[in-house]
Design a protein around this ligand. Structure first.
Ligand code: 3PG
Length: 393
């Protein structure tokens, strides 16, 4: 696909799809990673004399909902960018076109949440046309929303001359290096609590990687499927059959599966809860596994030592609260050390994973950290992403 290198933006109205779906609390942005990632594209277009018109979604509103307005995000983008960012309280119609007409070359405007209109998620051609009227060219810089075939991610790319933004390019480059033709052996770590949304990924992944480390709530589902007692641990027990299928597939493809051999257990999920480490075949019935134990961490670290490439999605334990963050932090720091020593290419993605790496203080040391959650997973699964495909058309 074409990139900003091929785009002539001077004096043009440039519709730029960005992902500003950032975590917020009480009207304040609590993690600005996604904002920082889109600055280079905005800056470059503005510097080259384009009129930057930002399009983004926020949350999953059903119709117009002031709680999911992008207005506070416009202020945050402005302060990170160091220049004013105008805001229009609709992404189509009179308010939008007036705001666009008021732009001078190099100015930046953010339009209100595209999901306030049903046509966005339906990829409705009439809504696509309303958006397309506002711009001369289209730039997609939202890799993390590229798994959605929506009007602002897919439809517009087909309606206007379209280009990939710098973050889109960087994400695709890094992921391609990380997994399309990775240096072997490749080890994947998959953890986290959202088992049912990720289990399909595993079936696909075992045919691509040399070893798969399973942690977090995901591991419990597998341990249960193997007939081990997991007490009150989080697990999706109805996925036992799927888990067994994944074991079988891993045997066929020669992929080692590494599961916890011990677990840090507590009676309740609470910060500082009294806890104890048990062997994986001795988990008490009235307790829950909240982190991997130290012997498991050793195994994970030794898998990392054997790897040339590491792909990580999902924490190994309930990293949000201490002391159940220790397994994830230890493995993340070990991967960071190997990376720093030039022995490992480490690629990570997903909201919780990025938060866990930030918490471990290693985000900067990893070879690449993707801002994408769902899109990262679908990419790993080998699915084609509609937002990326449309840019190639
Ligand atoms: C994300 O947060 O992963 C992206 O912004 C996509 O959001 P969505 O899952 O609501 O489509």
């Amino acid at each position: 696909f074409r990139t900003l290198d091929q785009a002539d933006v001077k004096g043009k109205r440039v519709l730029v799809r960005v992902d500003l779906n950032v975590p917020m609390e009480n009207g304040r942005v609590t993690d600005a990673t996604r904002i920082e990632r889109v600055l280079p594209t905005i800056q470059e277009i503005a510097d080259k004399g384009g009129k930057v018109i930002l399009l983004a979604h926020f949350g999953r509103p059903k119709g117009r909902d002031p709680k999911e307005s992008l207005k506070p995000v416009a202020e945050a983008v402005s302060s990170h960018l160091g220049k004013p960012v105008a805001f229009a309280d609709d992404c189509i119609g009179g308010a939008a076109s007036q705001a666009v007409n008021a732009l001078k070359d190099g100015d930046v405007l953010l339009l209100e949440n595209t999901r306030f209109h049903a046509g966005e998620e339906k990829n409705d051609p009439a809504f696509v046309q309303e958006l397309a009227k506002l711009g001369d060219i289209y730039v997609n810089d939202a890799f993390s929303a590229a798994h959605r075939a929506h009007a602002s991610t897919e439809g517009l790319a087909r309606a206007l001359p379209s280009y990939a933004g710098r973050t889109m390019q960087a994400e695709l480059d890094a992921l391609t290096k990380g997994l399309e033709a990775p240096k072997r052996p490749v080890v994947a770590i998959v953890g986290g609590a959202k088992v049912s949304t990720k289990i399909d990924l595993l079936e696909n992944l075992v045919s691509k990687v040399d070893a798969l480390v399973i942690g977090g709530g995901m591991a419990n589902t597998f341990l249960h499927a193997m007939g081990l007692g997991i007490g009150k641990s989080l697990a999706e027990k109805d996925l036992a059959e799927t888990a067994m299928r994944i074991f079988a597939r891993a045997r066929e493809t020669n992929c080692a599966i590494i599961l916890p051999v011990d677990g840090v257990c507590a009676y309740e999920f609470k910060a500082g809860a009294q806890n104890h480490t048990y062997g994986i075949d001795a988990i008490p019935e009235d307790q829950m596994i909240l982190d991997v134990g130290s012997q498991s961490v050793e195994r994970v670290n030794s898998a990392i030592n054997d790897a040339a490439t590491l792909v990580w999605n999902g924490p190994l334990g309930a990293f949000e609260i201490a002391p159940f963050d220790q397994g994830t932090v230890a493995a993340a720091r070990h991967a960071a050390e190997r990376t720093k020593a030039g022995k490992l290419v480490s690629v990570a993605g997903g909201g919780d994973t990025v938060a866990a790496l930030n918490h471990a203080g290693v985000t900067e040391t990893f070879s690449y950290v993707s801002t994408a959650g769902g899109a990262f997973l679908e990419w790993l699964e080998g699915k084609s992403l509609p937002g990326v495909e449309a840019l190639k058309a």
